[in-house]
Design a binder for this molecule. Structure first.
Ligand SMILES: Cc1cc2nc3c(=O)[nH]c(=O)nc-3n(C[C@H](O)[C@H](O)[C@H](O)COP(=O)(O)O)c2cc1C
Length: 347
């Protein structure tokens, strides 16, 4: 017997194993962060030992402006991965998302793979996750309440992934009703609503529509990190469709464009997609991200254990403090006011 839930679990399992063993980088496209240089400030008077990186995730204080992005759940393999990611989040006092909870709606067989995050990450913001196709086809609010209650979520994340659905053999590409339902959900739930992509980026046109429909946060999840087109093409055994493998808006471009919308709109801007080192994380913050987020690099660390995840994130922020010292910024507000120079203007 192959129920819908069994198919979803199988797909989640495939995603984990492909993300762990295949090269999913974009082929020619990059995040764009490498095109910028920090403006060195030789007259710095910053006390590096007093730099405070604590930030707000909506109203909650977190130690670093960093989020462990939504990844997995709904398959037995997810239990131990989520347990490790949750322990790291709890340890670091940073927020963490769960993977798509579609499987939890279809069956209660793997509810533990999601609940384990809340159980371990007791004191930090935990984020629910569901896809655009499920939102578009939603008949009642029951499923939304179910996934939020399951993990006592502090926010709901909706992922928009038209490219992934387009290339997925079993993909659902009809999203009629999506915006209307996002607006409805926003009105009916008490936690903030964040909308994200999964690697193709959110540009100005999309962001404006989302903000008009009431969303509280946007995670750009831009191009240059993990290619989800790549994941689905590998699942199909068709690595040749290179054009779509590389489709999307680079992460740095999305952050820069969406930062401009902050003048008129109050929303949390999350910078993600290929945040795989401290340099990208720091540049994302200066370009306008309120917090940054990573996914696949943390899944890879989770294979090694909890400490490697914690060490990686702490190491990034120790290096970001050094960058802040060298650019004359004693806190994140000052850091955001520092300048990035386009590399083409350096020579
Ligand atoms: C194994 C894995 C599973 C993922 N599943 C989801 C998901 O269920 N929902 C979601 O919104 N994003 C999902 N993502 C996408 C990430 O949240 C992220 O947007 C994307 O991978 C780009 O970030 P990266 O370059 O840091 O990997 C997943 C990523 C990974 C690595």
């Amino acid at each position: 017997m192959h129920s819908k839930a069994t198919h979803t679990s199988k797909r989640k399992k495939d995603h984990i194993s492909i993300c762990l063993k295949d090269d999913l980088n974009f082929i020619t496209k990059t995040t764009g962060f490498e095109n910028y240089e920090f403006e060195h400030f030789a007259a710095t008077e910053v006390n590096i030992n007093k730099i405070d990186l604590s930030s707000l995730f909506f109203r909650r204080e977190i130690r670093y402006p960093f989020l462990i992005s939504c990844m997995t759940g709904g398959t037995i393999e997810a239990d131990s991965i989520n347990a490790k990611l949750a322990e790291a989040a709890q340890n670091l006092n940073i927020p963490i998302g769960v993977g798509s909870q579609r499987q939890a709606i279809e069956s209660n067989k793997n509810h533990n793979s999601y609940k384990i995050i809340r159980k371990i990450a007791k004191d930090v913001p935990v984020l629910s996750n569901i896809g655009a196709a499920q939102i578009a086809g939603m008949n009642s609010m029951d499923d939304i309440h179910l996934i939020i209650d399951l993990i006592e979520a502090d926010a709901l994340v909706i992922h928009l992934n038209p490219l992934q659905e387009l290339l997925q053999p079993e993909g659902e590409t009809y999203f009629k009703g999506l915006l209307k339902n996002i607006k409805k959900i926003k009105k009916r739930i008490s936690v903030p609503v964040i909308v994200k992509e999964v690697g193709s980026g959110i540009g100005k046109k999309t962001a404006k529509i989302l903000l008009n429909n009431g969303v509280d946060g946007i995670d750009v999840a831009g191009s240059g990190g993990t290619s989800w087109a790549g994941v689905e093409l590998i699942r199909k055994g068709n690595r040749e469709e290179k054009y779509f493998w590389d489709w999307g808006l680079p992460t740095s471009y999305c952050i820069k464009k969406l930062n401009k919308l902050k003048k008129k709109n109050n929303f949390l801007l999350i910078g993600s997609g290929g945040i795989n080192d401290f340099d990208s994380a720091a540049k994302a913050l200066v370009l306008g991200a309120d917090i940054v987020a990573s996914a696949r690099i943390l899944l890879i660390e989770a294979e090694k254990g909890v400490k490697p995840i914690v060490d990686l994130i702490e190491n990034w922020f120790e290096n970001i403090k050094k960058i802040m010292f060298l650019t004359g910024a004693s806190n994140l507000t000052e850091f955001k006011k520092t300048r990035l120079i386009k590399k083409k203007d350096l020579y």
